[in-house]
Design a protein around this ligand. Structure first.
Ligand SMILES: Nc1ncnc2c1ncn2[C@@H]1O[C@H](COP(=O)(O)OP(=O)(O)OP(=O)(O)O)[C@@H](O)[C@H]1O
Ligand SMILES: [Mg+2]
Length: 248
């Protein structure tokens, strides 16, 4: 396990540039952020502000152009692909904006996949419990095409949680859910931080969802544009409205 106290994930002056010359995009521009052990952070910002890029760099799925990322004290930028893959498998859970389920596998096979890839035993009871945790205990044998968008999103969440990661990154995990199911998923994420000592970082466009986090970090044009701690949905919504009118 990582450090009991302090930051599980830290980004220092992380930049991610795409393209070159006239078409260069600074998706992240010198972002410094730390995510403490057992915390629940929401990341908000306009479309294209760099939220997904931030998560992918923090999770070792993408490599920053410059700057440093540490997870549990390990510097990611110097790691080769193999060690990076192992670290991701052991410590990090990731829910993608576009689910990324394997279409040929059933729900339970998708959920079991991270354990199989790590060469670990896959106790069926554990897989079933993970599915039940996201309210899909009765869909174990269904394939993604037989499930709704919200159900696929919850399968992706169960798959990210099956290894009990130290840190869970979730890119709009409630974006495709109705408000009741969304509320259940948020309660699950809140519980991971409160009762399991996990660290959760969630991108969302929804101020009500963001208000369930301990703090909300705002991004604009690849830069951190302030944060709010312990804010209600109204305060988060007011801040978002202000950001969307920030002149470029
Ligand atoms: N592979 C890529 N090649 C070139 N540009 C990219 C690439 N991926 C992202 N970008 C650009 O980087 C910027 C940040 O993208 P990112 O996906 O991080 O935004 P986002 O905040 O997650 O947006 P959304 O809310 O729409 O999901 C955008 O301008 C995007 O066009
Ligand atoms: Mg995104």
């Amino acid at each position: 396990m990582g450090q009991r106290n302090g930051d599980v994930v830290a980004l220092r002056r992380v930049s991610r540039r795409y393209g070159s010359g006239d078409s260069v995009v600074n998706a992240l521009d010198e972002v410094s952020l730390a995510f403490p052990h057992g915390s629940f952070t929401a990341v908000m910002g306009p479309s294209g502000s760099g939220k997904s890029t931030l998560l992918q760099c923090a999770a070792g799925l993408d490599r920053p152009t410059s700057g440093s990322v540490t997870v549990g004290g390990t510097e990611l930028t110097g790691l080769g692909e193999r060690r990076l893959t192992l670290l991701r498998r052991e410590r990090i859970g990731f829910v993608f904006q576009a689910f990324n389920l394997l279409p040929a596998l059933t729900a339970e096979q998708n959920v079991a996949l991270p354990l199989r890839l790590a060469g670990r035993r896959v106790p069926r009871a554990r897989v079933r419990a993970a599915l039940a945790q996201v309210g899909l205990g009765d869909r174990a044998r269904h394939r993604p095409a037989q499930l709704s968008g919200g159900q696929q999103q919850r399968i992706a969440l169960a798959r990210a949680l099956i290894t009990r990661p130290e840190v869970l990154f979730a890119d709009e995990p409630t974006g495709a859910l109705d408000s009741r199911t969304g509320h259940e998923v948020l309660t699950l994420l809140r519980g991971i931080a409160d009762h399991e000592g996990g660290t959760v970082v969630m991108v969302t466009h929804d101020p009500v969802a963001a208000a369930r986090a301990d703090r909300v970090v705002f991004l604009v044009d690849g830069r951190v544009h302030g944060e709010l701690a312990g804010a209600g949905a109204d305060a988060v919504a007011a801040r978002m409205t202000g950001l969307e009118t920030v002149p470029c």
